[in-house]
Design a binder for this molecule. Sequence first.
Ligand code: G6P
Length: 607
Amino acid sequence: MCGIIGIVGKEAVSDRLVDGLKRMEYRGYDSAGVCTVENSQLIRRRAEGKLFNLVNVLKSDDAPGHTGIAHTRWATHGAPTTSNAHPHATGEVALVHNGIIENFKPLRDELIKRGRQFESETDTEVVAHLVSEQVEDGKSPEEAVQAVLPQLRGAFALAIAFRSHPGLLIGARLGSPLVVGYGDGETYLGSDALALAPLTQQISYLEEGDWVVVTEDGATIYDNQNKAVEREVTTSGVSAATIEKGQYRHYMQKEIFEQPTVVAQTLQSYIRPLEQQVALPQMGFDLESIKRITIVACGTSYYAGMVAKYWFETFARVPVDLDVASEFRYREPVLEPGGLALFISQSGETADTLAALRHSKENDQKIAVVVNVPTSSMAREADLLLPTHAGPEIGVASTKAFSCQLAVLAALAAHLAVVKGKMSREEEMDVVRHLTEAPAALNAALAYDEAIADMAHLVAPARDVLYLGRGPDYPLALEGALKLKEISYIHAEGYASGEMKHGPIALIDEAVPVIVLAPSGPLFEKTVSNMQEVRARGGKIVLISDADGLAEAGEGCMATIEMPRVHPLIAPLVYAVPVQLLAYHVAVAKGTDVDQPRNLAKSVTVE
Ligand code: G6P
């Protein structure tokens, strides 16, 4: 996805626009640009690549003006070049866009027939021309936007500046988030409250179909019927300080180390340690009557869902379907009325997951969401909102959001089991006890950071890496492989350890490190047998287990990583730490861009 920001201010805006982009670089970093309005001129500066390229352009060629818009891009239509970078402009208007204009092709063809000339390959540029046509026809900015919005299909958050109207911006939202921020004699637009954190904490979230006229005196918001509406002004809790790196070299490293704290924070909302009870927020439906759960998510959130499937089925004996969101709607899933559809997302904005949520709603499912951004689209559309309290996650590779998702999902699974009469009071107390132990166990796992850093050079030269796990540790193997791919660009695959003999074993040789996740417990022996199959074929093993497991099977491994001995319930949370740290240290050893790996974006708001 992309990040957008706009300021109608009392003072020069270009530095502050760039500062806002810095806070949104996690949303995309293929190119960046700003456009200000000054002396009835649109002053546009753009650069391909990371934001510092734009900063350099502005150093030699500033963009003066008290009104401006800016954009950081994750490319969809058109390569990440300067000419495809936003803002897109005509002589009259400039605009930035997050989302996709799905019907851009016919719109573009018609515009070309009418003699308009395009300078980019983007879908966005059609909107600039459509608005411009209206303005050139003598319409006011408000009339122009009103005329154009109904022509657009797809998803958009827009911020539009007008050459002849300094001191005015128009924003619009459909399917992509947009907030209005209120300052002292200044007003802002932004993709999220994080972008505006140093400027204001006073935020209104636009609803679907809203558009907004922004001046230094405030904002007038209209709904999709062009009726002026009030949207609540909330105080955002996001402070600029929570998004600094502090003592850490990378955001990802900081976020890995925050896990004991944020998992504890999250658990506070889901367990009552004194009563030794699992406690869920009030829900407007009867959980006991749920007969089937459909879990849908993407990326790392999907792997959290995969762990949860084991828990829902083991504890509550409720059957679970699990889908990656991009496949879900297209396989025409059978959704019996009254089922529970559960969506897991750090951002709450991932387009595939959001579309799956809406599809489930149309099919009479109760909607539960586990999200880290409580003001996100998914959070707003849920019947049951289960927030994770991980705090802003900036590193593109998700870490602390994952462990917090697992904490919430474990509590939800136990609660469902209790209301369904499948979990005794003693078992519930046990679950609460183990969950309460999770923060300390995460701390203990983090103590092996240095040891993991020391062995990262064994994995860094590999071209391929295999991760193996069994039961709820199998999704962890998948997550480990995903982390390594994302940030170190090493090809990696996660496999159910018992499945390895049906194919991937053919890949094994001394050049392919095999990372085995095997906490001691009921599945340990079986996983170790699979590990021996690797060893028998000359494979180089990194065994991640506790002291007992390492004592039993650690001999002859290329390396071992010791974890604290934990109950199987919290093992997936704890074993997330070594796979995250291993990927992190391998990436550092390889010198890749850990927080902003190539081609990725933190949250993808296009399908
Ligand atoms: C992107 C990110 C992943 C993330 C996935 C789902 O692909 O790079 O790290 O897991 O989106 O995002 P969500 O916000 O829905 O959890």
